[in-house]
Design a protein around this ligand. Structure first.
Ligand SMILES: [Zn+2]
Length: 226
């Protein structure tokens, strides 16, 4: 069943990754009156500004923080195919040490949804290490990535997110076909379940840090992750 789903990721070489243009990217800071350990970055308050390595710019560009950016022609292709489950945000880009103007880039923002990771994957909320006061969420134990996605919870979108992995870009076969037919560069499609079990606990933030406000509220409030 999970074989129908893919995930887009950065090619293995990090050489073409973009850096945030620090100073131009502002993050919300969340503090907790109960525990200093819960202090964290929240929403990004600005659109992305990035610094690109010099040289040719590939169809997709990934930042060190794992944002997925795409060139204008990629966005045009995805729109012409009628793909669902995403929006884009504008990106300001410059080359490192050069005044040459880079091509237009857009940040991929997922709005498609496959809900919470299936309990069959072993993943669970660690309530003792989460916090009702500031909304800090801690998860533990993705034992079986093969059971991550519960297809019953998938909304049918071509691009979609599975909680608690807001940075993973899950896509349908149609998207992978379009990428391959058009020989798009700077991206690798891997099977949806193909990542290592996560044994350490981790804190993904909240859904509103990654998804547009209205959509995050609609999906996240009933699940307590908005
Ligand atoms: Zn807290």
């Amino acid at each position: 069943m999970q074989g129908e789903f893919w995930r887009l990721e950065s090619p293995s070489s990090p050489a073409r990754r973009a850096e945030w243009d620090h100073g131009r990217v502002e993050l919300e800071t969340i503090t907790c009156p109960v525990s200093e350990g819960h202090q964290r970055s929240g929403r990004r308050l600005t659109d992305l500004s990035v610094v690109l390595p010099r040289g040719s710019v590939e169809s997709f560009v990934w930042t060190w923080q794992s944002e997925c950016l795409m060139q204008d022609h990629v966005l045009g292709l995805f729109r012409s195919r009628g793909f669902t489950g995403f929006e884009v945000k504008p990106v300001t880009a410059r080359f490192d040490g050069s005044s040459e103007k880079p091509p237009t880039l857009w940040e991929l923002v997922l709005t498609g949804w496959a809900g919470m990771a299936s309990s069959a994957s072993g993943l669970r909320l660690d309530e003792a290490k989460s916090c009702a006061v500031c909304g800090h969420l801690t998860y533990t134990g993705l034992v079986d990535p093969g059971h991550l996605i519960d297809k019953e919870k998938w909304d049918g979108s071509d691009f979609f997110m599975v909680w608690p992995f807001p940075r993973l870009v899950f896509v349908t076969q149609r998207v992978v076909d379009a990428i391959r037919e058009n020989k798009l560069t700077g991206v690798r499609a891997v099977r949806g379940w193909s990542f290592e079990p996560v044994t350490d606990e981790f804190s993904p933030g909240r859904l509103s840090y990654s998804m547009p406000e209205g959509r995050a509220r609609e999906l996240g409030e009933p699940l307590g992750i908005y």
